[in-house]
Design a protein. Sequence first.
Length: 258
Amino acid sequence: MAKLGNDGLAEVVAKYPKHFVGWSALLPMNAPEAAAKEAERALRNGANAIQLGTNANGIPLDAPQFLPIFEVIAKSSKPILLHPARTRDMPDYPTEKYSKYEICSVLGWPYETGVTLARLIFSGIMDRFPDLKVIAHHLGGVIPYLEGRVGHSFDQLGARTSDEDYGALLKSLKKRPFDYFKDFYGDTAVEGARAATVCGIDFFGADHVLFASDCPFDKEKGKGYIRDTIKVLDSLALSDDAREKIFFRNAQRLFGLS
């Protein structure tokens, strides 16, 4: 199914180049070996990115079976589009069976995005594949808003844990945990919220933010989010250079677009 879908996307982009500048591939993550082969095939066939969920049927992305997938993507120089994948089956409390009130997506998605970025760092994946580029949808989830905790608390990794030697893990990393988070990318799909946009751009910097609107999931079928996102960006004191990077130059560079 992934192969059929990816080939279909490639055909649509080739047929309508004025409407679509590129495409991202999906992988059969329930079959890691097949997923690695499909990633290699799709990227060779012109995919501009690989989209991954923050988990694969509940399995974290830093599980060993997924390493070949990251290796293929890293070698391609194309980015990962990381989208949250938390469902109702992941309850808000261990005493409950399901997440209530759509908390799993409204609050759980930003949380899980941050969790996945942390797992990519502390599992050693980002050290193992230093050229890997990860674009975290929705401006990096909770990470920009928790900048103080991410910096201060992860600098003390191991101080609160006695059953695992996180202190040794911290020393094994090639740089400060906070710096890895700054190396990720985020997009502006935050429903046109000004405070979130300002926070995300301030955290990642203009070189690591890409325009996105979450179209077409608002009540105006895309028009509202696009309009509101542009309005917020236009209201910010950004240089012309920074504005161009966010609106299109970063995408051109990361996706290999002309």
